[in-house]
Ligand binder design. Structure first.
Ligand SMILES: CCCCCCC[C@H](O)CC(=O)SCCNC(=O)CCNC(=O)[C@H](O)C(C)(C)COP(=O)([O-])OP(=O)([O-])OC[C@H]1O[C@@H](n2cnc3c(N)ncnc32)[C@H](O)[C@@H]1OP(=O)([O-])[O-]
Ligand SMILES: NC(=O)c1ccc[n+]([C@@H]2O[C@H](COP(=O)([O-])OP(=O)(O)OC[C@H]3O[C@@H](n4cnc5c(N)ncnc54)[C@H](O)[C@@H]3O)[C@@H](O)[C@H]2O)c1
Length: 310
């Protein structure tokens, strides 16, 4: 539906950018996902503040971003290293680090939360941010499995709350699931969709149902793979080989679990088991629990189901 001309003109500032487009983004949590989201947002011209619990973690996050950017530059600017260097410094110039969440949201158009997959901790964070952020700021969670409405309830801005579910690794995975709750205003939802596209993502519209679209299918699949190994029916290696060569997946389920993080997988399945105790596909796994208890959290610590070069 084409806009009446006067509306079209009103929506565009003289800079040619959509007047009310999301520009200043705060990302809370600089782990696997938060660092990736910060990298892609900064790479697409947004001004980004990345927040984590201390400067050591933030410095590690930034180092991970630089490593990933180097891989992008090596490919994208192979013919023009100088342009690559310029791109790298421009992206890093768009990225600020902060340990104080309240300060980090003072000018935010959008806050994306990518902290530990724990409802209470997410609620606590958003309750505090709600008091610090401007009324116009939109809040979004990158949660894999927690209902957005259960996070939003901790704030007074359910109409300015949604879900932005990215996929790992964020610089490579094109999909972005954009989730609305019944209270999400049309303006908020449209801004989240536009932001996703401005980040170069392909967006799909999701309802606030368990696992949205991908994880509703992926979680049962990956847990069934672990159960298959628990039953002694196959080894992780053979399951991975089978799914890569037999189903064309780029990674098998055990490689992917190591990539995602066994702790995150455990948080997800424990949360769904608590909610749906009789659902066999959401039953917890003694084997996964054992690995997590032993600190084998996957690639991020150098060992999960496989030993990895860290
Ligand atoms: C029980 C619960 C389970 C559910 C869990 C749900 C979790 C969550 O909510 C949902 C998800 O995210 S689910 C997860 C969804 N995700 C999936 O399912 C992922 C499935 N896996 C894949 O799509 C591919 O294996 C990858 C794209 C990861 C790697 O690509 P590949 O071809 O297999 O192998 P390669 O050689 O490594 O990389 C080739 C080139 O790509 C580039 N590049 C790669 N990584 C980069 C980075 N981080 N940065 C920048 N660039 C990066 C780079 O140029 C590299 O060349 P280089 O010369 O080496 O620099
Ligand atoms: N790992 C994946 O593949 C993946 C993909 C999509 C979505 N997610 C979701 O993204 C979120 C983060 O997952 P991850 O894999 O990046 O976890 P991670 O453990 O790699 O990173 C979490 C980060 O949050 C920080 N953090 C925790 N509490 C904090 C707080 N109160 N304030 C500031 N920082 C805090 C931690 O220090 C850590 O750096 C989870 O909700 C997860 O379900 C994960």
């Amino acid at each position: 539906m084409s806009l009446p001309f006067r509306t079209f003109v009103r929506n565009f500032s003289t800079s040619g950018l959509k007047k009310n487009a999301i520009k200043n983004v705060t990302i809370i949590g600089g782990g696997l996902m938060g660092a990736g989201i910060a990298q892609v947002a900064a790479s697409t011209g947004h001004s980004v503040v990345m927040v984590d619990q201390n400067t050591d973690i933030l410095n590690k996050s930034k180092a991970n971003i630089e490593k990933s950017l180097q891989r992008v530059v090596k490919k994208k600017y192979a013919e023009d290293p100088k342009a690559g260097e310029a791109f790298l410094s421009q992206v890093l110039g768009n990225l600020a680090l902060e340990t104080d969440a309240a300060t980090s949201v003072k000018k935010a158009d959008l806050v994306i939360e990518a902290i530990v997959e724990n409802l209470k901790i997410k609620q606590e964070l958003f309750k505090n941010l709600d008091m610090a952020a401007p009324a116009s700021t939109i809040f979004a969670s990158n949660t894999s499995s927690i209902p957005i409405k259960e996070i939003a309830v901790a704030t007074e801005r359910a109409d300015r709350f949604g879900g932005l579910h990215y996929f790992n690794p964020v610089p490579m995975m094109k999909l972005l699931e954009v989730i609305r709750i019944p209270q999400t205003s049309d303006e908020t939802f449209d801004k989240l969709l536009a932001f996703g596209k401005a980040m170069g993502k392909v967006t799909v519209n999701c309802k606030d149902t368990p696992g949205f679209i991908v994880n509703r299918l992926l979680v049962p699949y990956m847990m069934e793979a672990v159960r298959m190994v628990e039953r002694g029916e196959a080894t992780p290696k053979d399951v991975d080989t089978a799914m890569k060569l037999g189903a064309g997946y780029p990674m098998g389920p055990f490689e992917l679990t190591d990539y995602v993080g066994l702790d995150t997988c455990k948080f997800i399945i424990d949360g769904w088991h608590e909610k749906y105790p009789d659902h066999p596909l959401f039953a917890p796994s003694p084997l996964l629990n054992k690995y997590v208890a032993e600190g084998k959290l996957g690639n991020k610590v150098g060992e999960g189901f496989y030993k990895s070069k860290k």
